[in-house]
Design a protein around this ligand. Structure first.
Ligand code: PGA
Length: 248
């Protein structure tokens, strides 16, 4: 049985004050659900949000990390720094990072390795462009991204990873993949994991859908057989919407 996971990706939104106010508003309304709740917040708010969720089962995630433990990488943050403040998750390879910050399948793989080394669970993002979807390349592109990201990851380790299937054309656009489309690609990803690690392991790995998930469509998406959760950008910024998402 895979525990559903709803994660908010705040991207570059909210000051520390706004972030802690958000947690105060939601924290009593997301407990007691059979859903793992994660808030992936900007670096500056990580420590404050970690303190604000103390005593609840809300987990805290970062949105990126470097693949080295330390070094001359101006402006970067390492997994050891995140671990020091008890960060549970880190989004890795989000399409915005691939698009604007030149992340590649190789750097994504290195980041997955270092995150696992420091007991931070990666939320590994993959997804196709509109052009690739129109050319019928979705399955191939997504499977290839997953394979490359999981290079030299063991069967034991892969269970700690959450994969987020996020079609790029659906992110922040208001266009959602239909629940069936999301399920189809997530099924393909699970098949890929089965090829690499076998049936038992593939049934344990959680795979989310992301891309314009909102309170009005979350239930139908979550009801799909292979969909284990949602990675939510825009709609996760509003406390009332976030509570509705978690209580789908
Ligand atoms: P969105 O973003 O929900 O605003 O489409 C999702 C994401 O980028 O993770």
């Amino acid at each position: 049985m895979r525990l559903p996971i709803i994660a908010g990706n705040w991207k570059m939104h909210k000051t520390i004050k706004e972030a802690t106010e958000f947690v105060d508003k939601i924290k009593d309304q997301v407990v007691g659900t059979d859903v793992e709740v994660v808030l992936c917040v900007p670096y500056t708010s990580l420590e404050a949000v970690k303190k604000a969720v103390d005593g609840t089962n809300i987990k805290v995630g970062a949105q990126n990390m470097h693949w080295e433990e330390n070094g001359a990488y101006t402006g970067e943050i390492s997994s050891t720094m995140l671990r020091e403040i008890g960060i549970d998750y880190c989004i890795i390879g989000h399409s915005e990072r691939r698009q604007y910050f030149n992340e590649t399948d190789e750097t994504v793989n290195k980041k997955v390795h270092i995150a696992l080394k420091h007991k931070i669970n990666p939320i590994l993002c993959v997804g196709e462009t509109l052009e690739q979807r129109e050319k019928n390349e979705t399955d191939h592109v997504v499977k290839n991204q997953v394979m490359k990201a999981l290079k030299d990851i063991s069967a034991q380790q892969v269970k700690e990873i959450v994969i987020a299937y996020e079609p790029i054309w659906a992110i922040g656009t208001g266009k959602t993949a239909t629940p069936q489309e999301a399920n189809e690609v997530i099924f393909i990803i699970r098949e890929g994991i089965k090829e690499l690690y076998g049936e038992d392991i593939c049934l344990e790995v959680r795979i989310q859908y992301g891309g314009s998930v909102k309170p009005s469509n979350v239930e139908e998406i979550m009801n799909q057989e292979d969909v284990d959760g949602a990675l939510v950008g825009g709609a996760s910024l509003d406390p009332e919407d976030f509570v509705k998402l978690v209580n789908f």
